[in-house]
Design a protein around this ligand. Structure first.
Ligand SMILES: Cc1cc2nc3c(=O)[nH]c(=O)nc-3n(C[C@H](O)[C@H](O)[C@H](O)COP(=O)(O)O)c2cc1C
Length: 136
């Protein structure tokens, strides 16, 4: 069994799903779409990666609800990492990411702006850098 799980909240565009699946392939992680499944046993995973889109400056409710419902399990994890897919870039994206990371209590947070430069798979190059960091 893999030690990494990616749990994500996406809205209509599926940008977060696409990003989560790409990261999962590289890290050999399990993935769960909170639209399809909200009860997830995370006890066996060492590393939990959470992903969300941003609506009106906030993470999607599905992720917030999942974190609330699983706060005891999450508190036991050594590694919780958040990625955010969003429209805002540069300083605005950074400020938004910092606010959401504070709100959710996840120190390790990264954002991937929709308009970021893409790799040959059509995925933001920032995602490749994120994966490389996690593989190091
Ligand atoms: C109703 C709505 C509100 C949004 N609000 C924000 C926002 O406040 N900040 C931001 O950076 N992006 C915002 N976005 C952009 C999405 O977060 C972004 O496109 C994301 O990549 C979508 O991921 P998804 O396709 O998985 O839902 C908004 C998008 C929608 C549809």
């Amino acid at each position: 069994m893999t030690d990494t799980v990616i749990i994500y909240a996406t809205s209509m565009g599926g940008h977060v799903r696409e990003t989560a699946n790409y990261i999962a392939k590289a890290l050999n992680a399990d993935t769960f779409d909170l639209k399809k499944q909200t009860v997830i046993n995370i006890s066996e995973y060492k590393r939990v990666i959470l992903g969300t889109a941003v609506h009106f400056g906030k993470p999607l409710g599905a992720l917030v609800n999942f974190m609330e419902a699983n706060k005891d399990q999450l508190a036991k994890k050594k590694s919780i990492i958040l990625f955010i897919c969003c429209m805002n870039k540069a300083e605005k994206g950074e400020a938004q990411c910092t606010a959401i990371s504070k709100d959710l209590g996840i120190a390790d947070a990264t954002f991937f702006p929709d308009s970021g430069e893409k790799n040959e798979d059509g995925i933001s190059k920032d995602v490749d850098a994120f994966i490389a960091r996690l593989q190091a």
